[in-house]
Design a protein around this ligand. Structure first.
Ligand code: GCB
Length: 597
């Protein structure tokens, strides 16, 4: 693990004292973007003096003759964090712009302090304004971003306005077509951070070698000139180190921790870390472990490990549904994974909220984290590439000190082409530059040998770039009848571990029938019974994350009485009721865990 090769784009807001701007926000639904464009369809925010009709000016009638055709004070309310689709039935299918407004007084601060407004995630595009001034734009629905507002704040009555737009676009990441609900809104927390003029923007810390028990860490200051002392303390390990920031504000550390206990799913040990510089300080908890491959083996802390996984969408429907809103909902998803016997979760298909990653650290679940480079991205478009790299960067910078995260995944089921290979080759290089201490992967696809339709082959230039050869396969669902599962043989020629990132079948919880009848619990159960031994026959097989923990909403799934807007491949219904296949996978994982002991 090297020091930061690229400047940090994130603020580690999660471990700071913040002023929350969560709760009730005022909202105006604006499908025609009437508050953004004038009647000639020119954006108001490009004018030197935007008129009161521009919603971001948050204007009020001053005189009886003022013509102002909106009023945030009288508008509907939406809860933040939260998607809009599940808060108001009128917005269930809505894809477009919604304006959000929050008013607040400036937080207490010292004369030299700086203030940032931080967003955990907004889907998909956010145009952000403070007191009528544009702060900027952010694209990408699942990664954090922030703006400095030190100079723009008023002592009282600040108006923070966002135009949140979740219209799908061919050139966006993800693109037009996905198999999940396009939940719009300010889906994660909003907060204000008050920090000294020079403060700790980011840090990372990780164990690099088991032989030497060596830890490499770095702290990135913001507002530094160079020469500032930075202190790093791990009190339980007797570590107390000081380094000087360089001209870029980066302080680098290297030390040994021969007495440390290692992080693992069986023993998710976390150590207190205290970082300080000048009058800024923060505290976090960090696990120490290594992850590596050797030939076809996957090694956690130098020992072979089998990934007893499950794929998870960031959706929690038991309480009315939608995007996970808080730590309690995130914990429930992980508790279900634990009940299933998992030691690993694949957080599909985009970076999930920070609660879940931190809970995985605490609860002992290894994590696969991915970006929404899904299916058919606009591979030849440089802006699309930049967008994907920005999302990758924010994901990695946010979570690269979490011991739980062992895999960064670049893409899911992307069709091989020259342009796609170039795109993903660049992305892989960017990921390695940001973090060379974890495994890279991507969910690829299989095909059949032309001379033998029962031999499945995984062959993809992307497999050369990654550490873990992963692929999705749906034999017995999209691909043939379940008997085909028993006959298939595998040819995977890479000297790398093999991971099956998806398989599954839809079943409506409670629907009983014969194993021949699709949509029944019995069909899904039978498919799991056949698939698990088949996977064990794959050379180099190190684990799987079947599709999926719980039923989740998708606009592609419209069959009445069966799907009703849900992809039904969950082992649990959307309410958390287990289907028969849940127990098949649980028994299999119990057997795997017993073998490891
Ligand atoms: C896949 C995709 C996943 C879908 C799933 C399905 O291969 O990766 O996002 O939801 O299949 O159910 O079709």
């Amino acid at each position: 693990m090297g020091v930061h090769a690229k400047p940090a784009t994130v603020l580690q807001a999660y471990v700071r004292d913040t002023v929350s701007l969560d709760g009730e926000w005022k909202a105006i639904v604006d499908p025609y973007e009437n508050g953004y464009y004038d009647y000639r369809y020119q954006p108001f925010d490009q004018r030197p003096e935007p008129p009161p009709g521009a919603f971001f000016t948050d204007s009020k009638m001053q005189n009886p003759w003022d013509l102002i055709e909106y009023d945030f004070d009288k508008a509907m309310s939406l809860q933040v964090p939260g998607d809009w689709n599940t808060q108001d039935t009128r917005l269930y299918y809505y894809e477009g712009s919604v304006w959000y407004r929050k008013t607040f007084d400036a937080p207490a601060r010292g004369a030299a302090d700086r203030v940032f407004v931080h967003f955990g995630a907004v889907n998909y595009r956010a145009d952000v304004y403070l007191n009528g001034q544009k702060l900027g734009v952010h694209e990408g629905g699942f990664t954090p971003f922030h703006f400095e507002v030190t100079d723009g704040l008023r002592p009282t009555g600040n108006s923070l306005v966002l135009k949140v737009d979740n219209k799908r676009r061919a050139d966006a990441v993800p693109t037009l077509n996905t198999d999940w609900w396009n939940y719009g809104g300010i889906t994660r927390s909003v907060s204000l951070l008050v920090v000294p003029a020079t403060f700790v923007r980011d840090y990372r810390l990780g164990l690099v070698s088991l032989d030497e028990w060596e830890v490499v860490a770095s702290v990135q200051l913001d507002g530094a000139r160079g020469g500032e002392p930075v202190t790093l303390v791990l009190p339980e390990l007797g570590i107390h180190e000081t380094a000087e920031a360089d001209a870029q504000g980066l302080a680098a550390f290297r030390f040994r921790v021969p007495d440390a206990g290692l992080w693992s799913p069986e023993s998710p040990r976390l150590y207190r870390v205290e970082i300080s510089s000048g009058n800024d300080s923060l505290v976090d908890r960090i696990g120490l472990r290594t992850i590596a491959t050797r030939g076809k083996q996957l090694l956690l802390n130098g020992e072979p490990v089998f990934l007893r996984g499950i794929s998870i969408h960031e959706e929690y429907s038991a309480e009315g549904g939608g995007r996970v809103r808080d730590a309690a909902q995130a914990r429930q998803l992980l508790l279900w994974a634990k009940e299933l016997g998992c030691n690993f979760v694949r957080l599909a298909h985009y970076p999930h909220n920070e609660h879940i990653v931190r809970l995985a650290d605490e609860m002992g679940l290894m994590v696969w984290s991915e970006i929404p480079v899904y299916w058919t991205i606009d591979w030849g478009n440089e802006d699309t590439y930049r967008n994907a790299e920005d999302q990758l960067t924010a994901m990695i910078q946010r979570d690269r000190s979490r011991a739980a995260v062992i895999v960064w995944s670049l893409a899911n089921e992307t069709p091989v082409s020259e342009a796609r290979n170039r795109f993903l080759t660049r992305l892989a290089a960017a990921a390695r530059e940001l973090d060379d201490s974890r495994l890279l992967s991507a969910a690829m696809e299989k095909h059949y040998r032309s001379d033998d339709p029962e031999v499945a082959v995984v062959e993809d230039p992307l497999a050369e770039l990654v550490d873990l050869v992963s692929f999705n396969q749906y034999i017995g669902w999209y691909d043939g009848r379940p008997e085909k599962i028993d006959r298939v043989r595998w040819e995977i020629a890479y000297d790398k571990p093999v991971f099956v990132s998806e398989f599954g079948a839809d079943a409506r919880q409670g629907l009983q029938g014969g194993i021949e009848e699709i949509w029944t619990e019995e069909y899904q159960e039978d498919l799991y019974r056949r698939t698990l031994p088949m996977l064990d026959r794959i050379d180099g097989f190190v684990g799987t994350s079947p599709w999926i923990l719980a039923d989740f909403r998708s606009p592609r799934r419209v069959l009445p009485g069966v799907q009703d807007d849900y992809n039904r491949k969950g082992l649990l219904s959307e309410k958390g009721v287990p289907k028969k296949a849940f127990f098949v996978l649980r028994d299999y994982y119990r057997g795997k865990a017993a073998e490891e002991r």
